[in-house]
Each structure stands twice: as structure tokens, then as C-alpha cells.
Design a binder for this molecule. Structure first.
Ligand code: NAP
Length: 267
């Protein structure tokens, strides 16, 4: 099944950290005065994001649920009313949102546990709309809540969202040809381990953070002993502002990986 191209954009310290510490949401990060230590970081992000939007014209922007709702924080209780539960685990792509609103960019969030409960739709930017990715084990009360809020969702996977399937279905059902993924590290890591990386954009900020549990660009299980790193081609190197670098890498497609010579010590 064809899938959209997957383009990443992250901003990191020189030591590759994408947050000031573990277990924080994006809002906490932005409110923390230490995030503005590298003057101009926000401005550089906007500039690079704008260039990537023009370059790739993505029909979806994807962000991890933990970037929005901090892990472990108490969740807003939901109305227990669910109606006919059997239909809830079918996709919810209402015509009046999917077709009539003329959505150009889907704001996609994998949220298998049903933690994003604000009802946020992302419509303050014309042509944008939130879409949740859920699974066959997402609580019924949450799916009923999304339906009441008229927030579309797609069901893919059992426990975690099956990201490969979800991307293919975004392509086939909503015409998504490119997804811009803007983190966080665990979402990126899951996409990396599923072989779903086409382009990586890194903004390097002039700072060091350090840490052992602080998020990085791709947080996922360690590389297996018989697996290869994903080779990248550097296709762009810019200095969008004094002190900042923007690196653009394209990932080699799978066919190139299979042709790589085996490790000299093997066989
Ligand atoms: N510097 C930057 O450019 C940048 C950008 C974005 C975010 N951030 C920072 O990054 C931090 C949050 O990052 P984070 O890594 O903790 O969380 P995150 O990546 O935002 O959230 C984890 C996401 O990955 C999904 N996931 C995890 N494992 C999966 C798997 N195996 N299969 C499918 N889906 C999987 C989770 O889905 P479920 O909800 O279904 O569990 C969730 O949506 C925040 O501090 C934020 O400010 C920095």
C-alpha cells in the first residue's frame, strides 16, 4: 500500500536533546524561560517550518500526544454515555468535516489511550483540522467523546497505533501525500523503527543540555545486533540565523539498504 512521504522537523541542542528534561509537555517547555536562552530559536523554527511547508506542501502535520498532554497528569473525566459501542471502533470521518470544510492540512495525533480531552480542533488556522489516530483498544468513552465533539478519528492497530497502516490509510482515504512530523522523540522513534523516515530536518541551537532521560530526536528501543543504521544523504546545510544551523538529510530508500555490504566481521 502506498504511503505518504515522512519528513521530520526537530530543533535540538548541540548534544541532540529536544527538551529541557523528561516528562514535560510542549507548553511547559515553551513557558520555561530557559527555552529562550538561544535568542531567536522560535523565529528560526517558524522560518524553517515555513520553508518546509512551501517545499513539501504537506497535507498532514503529526505530533505525539505526550508533547500536548504530559504523561501521568490527571485526565479530565469523560461522560460515561457511549451509545452504540459497536460502531465506535469504526473510523469516524464525518463528511461535513472531511469534505465540506475543505481541510488542506490535517493535524494528526496518535492517541491510543484517549488522553487528549480538550476538544481542540485546530481550526483557528483556516484549512487546518485535528484528526486522532486511535486503536481497537482505545476506551469507548473516549471515542464517543470525539464523536460528540465532531473530531475525526481513524482506527489503526490494536494497542499502539499501527503507524505504517495509519499512514497508508491517510494516503488512500484522505489523499495525504506528505506528512511533516514535528516530534516528539518517542513518536519519531516509533516511526524510525517502523522504517518510516524519508527526510530529516534538524535545527541545531547553540546550547548543551545533557541528561540521561531527556528526550532526543529519536527515542526508541536500541538498534538490534543485526540491524543497520539508516543511512542519510546530506541535501541541505544552511545557517538561517547567526549561531543556528539547519541540516536537511534524505534517507536512502529500502532497496539501497539491502544492497549494503555485510559487516566485514560477519560470515
Ligand atoms: N525540540 C523539538 O523540536 C520538539 C518537538 C516536539 C516536541 N518536543 C518536546 O518533546 C517532549 C515530548 O516528547 P516525548 O518523546 O516524551 O513524547 P511524544 O513523542 O510527543 O509522544 C509519544 C507519542 O508516541 C506514540 N508512540 C510511542 N510509542 C509508539 C509505538 N511503538 N507505536 C506507535 N505510537 C507510539 C504515543 O502514542 P500514544 O498516545 O498512543 O501512547 C504518543 O503519541 C516535550 O517536552 C516536547 O516539548 C520537542
Amino acid at each position: 500500500m502506498a504511503r505518504p512521504s515522512v519528513v521530520f522537523l526537530m530543533s535540538t541542542s548541540v548534544d541532540g536533546r529536544t527538551a529541557l528534561g523528561p516528562g514535560r509537555s510542549q507548553w511547559e517547555e515553551l513557558a520555561d524561560p530557559r527555552t529562550s536562552m538561544s535568542e531567536g530559536a522560535g523565529e528560526v523554527w517558524k522560518l524553517v517550518e515555513k520553508e518546509l511547508m512551501e517545499l513539501h506542501n504537506p497535507q498532514a502535520i503529526m505530533l505525539g500526544s505526550a508533547s500536548i498532554q504530559k504523561e501521568g497528569d490527571p485526565l479530565k473525566p469523560l461522560e460515561p454515555k457511549v451509545g452504540e459501542a459497536v460502531h465506535l471502533r469504526e473510523d469516524h470521518l464525518p463528511e461535513d468535516v472531511v469534505r465540506d470544510l475543505g481541510v488542506r492540512v490535517w493535524l494528526v495525533v496518535p492517541d491510543s489511550r484517549g488522553r487528549l480531552r480538550s476538544g481542540y480542533k485546530g481550526t483557528e488556522t483556516p484549512g487546518h483540522h485535528v484528526l486522532h489516530l486511535v486503536t481497537r483498544t482505545t476506551p469507548f468513552v473516549y471515542l464517543a467523546f470525539l464523536r460528540r465533539q465532531k473530531i475525526p478519528y481513524m482506527v489503526a492497530g490494536t494497542v499502539w497505533v499501527d503507524l505504517k497502516l495509519a499512514l497508508s490509510r491517510l494516503a488512500s482515504e484522505l489523499g495525504v501525500r506528505c506528512v511533516l512530523v514535528i516530534g516528539g522523540g518517542r513518536l519519531n522513534g516509533a516511526l524510525l523503527r517502523a522504517g518510516l523516515v524519508d527526510e530529516v530536518n534538524v535545527i541545531i541551537r547553540p546550547e548543551l543540555i545533557g541528561g540521561t532521560a531527556t528526550p532526543t530526536m529519536f527515542d526508541c528501543p536500541d538498534l538490534a545486533a543485526d540491524a543497520w543504521p539508516v543511512p542519510l544523504d546530506l541535501v541541505g546545510l544552511e545557517r538561517p540565523r547567526e549561531q543556528f544551523l539547519w541540516l536537511r538529510y534524505r534517507a536512502a530508500r529500502e532497496e539501497h539498504l539491502t544492497k549494503r555490504a555485510p559487516f566485514a566481521g560477519s560470515a
